[in-house]
Design a protein around this ligand. Structure first.
Ligand code: CAO
Length: 271
């Protein structure tokens, strides 16, 4: 799925990618898309593709075709974080804490530590623009399609503030959609499928960002304990896709390990 910023507002200009064809020059020698009369083979139903699906698909194709993606996989031990979160949620707060807000805080710390991840290539690819702000896009699944609201200045917000903002903006995205302004200016995106399942996936980078973190469902996993036995730990799978023109594999491994280490200390993230 794409995590391009797409609005339910009036149409905006999409890049030159139509029906699976690439931007000029990219994949120019590919054979044409197969034209098949599926009804020849059995009963079918034809449903129009929504405007947002078309727009998202166009951005998705551009990003997938033009960015050399690599996805780095790791696991974060969030046993302590889950205990912390459970204790907080048992108090019956107005807004519950999910792992996602801790991921946002951990990502901000990692972006500070590894500035090449908080960057974009400029239009002609000659310069890297390093950002000094920390705006994080979060993929939200809605009936309109996938929308990516951007939470601004996440370095200056607590996990509680982020949880309240995420709840409000995802509700708005699901009920009314979002404006382009609400989906612009992101530095880095997070796509959480943790509430659905999975053990890992390849999120597609939300250009002009240079990396995106995908997370899937926390699972109980046996890990070696200090005394030579086995300890059951809650492990969160992390899938970091990065633009290999800007980021190398060693940096991606360190960035992901940094996020995992930050998640192991939830009190510091919540402070
Ligand atoms: N492992 C296990 N459980 C998890 C989890 C994880 N990694 N992450 C969240 N959960 C749990 C939550 O704790 C919550 O549990 P309870 O109902 O018991 O409280 C449940 O899953 C649902 O969480 P949520 O989805 O309401 O909240 P969230 O903060 O995790 O995510 C939002 C919010 C808006 C991002 C999410 O609802 C959503 O839309 N995700 C889809 C994103 C998507 O489609 N991405 C694919 C893009 S492809 O590039």
């Amino acid at each position: 799925m794409s995590v391009e910023s797409v609005s339910t507002a009036p149409p905006v200009a999409a890049p030159a990618v139509v029906n699976g064809s690439a931007p000029a020059g990219v994949g120019a020698n590919l054979p044409p898309w197969p034209q098949v009369d599926f009804a020849e083979f059995g009963e079918v139903e034809v449903k129009p593709v929504s405007r947002i699906q078309k727009l998202t698909g166009a951005f998705l194709s551009r990003n997938w075709l033009t960015i050399p993606h690599v996805t780095h996989q790791d696991d974060a031990d969030i046993t302590t974080l889950e205990a912390f979160r459970k204790a907080y949620n048992e108090g019956g707060p107005a807004v519950k804490l999910t792992p996602l807000v801790f991921l946002i805080k951990a990502a901000v710390r990692a972006l500070r530590e590894f500035p090449q991840f908080n960057a974009s290539l400029d239009g002609d690819g000659k310069n890297l623009v390093l950002k000094k702000y920390f705006h994080i896009g979060v993929a939200v699944d809605t009936r309109f399609g996938l929308l990516v609201p951007v939470l601004r200045d996440c370095d200056r917000k607590s996990v509680l503030e982020l949880a309240a903002e995420l709840t409000a903006v995802s509700l708005k995205a699901r009920e009314k959609g979002l404006s382009m302004a609400e989906m612009s200016g992101g530095c880095f995106s997070i796509s959480s499928l943790g509430g659905f399942g999975g053990t890992g996936f390849t999120p597609i980078i939300n250009a002009p960002e240079v990396a995106i973190l995908g997370v899937t469902k926390t699972r109980l996993t046996p890990q070696p304990s200090g005394d030579g036995g086995i300890d059951w730990r809650k492990m969160l799978p992390l899938s970091l896709s990065y633009d290999h023109r800007v980021i190398n594999g060693a940096d991606a491994a360190c960035f992901t390990a940094f996020i995992a280490a930050a998640l192991a200390d939830p009190q510091t993230l919540a402070a």
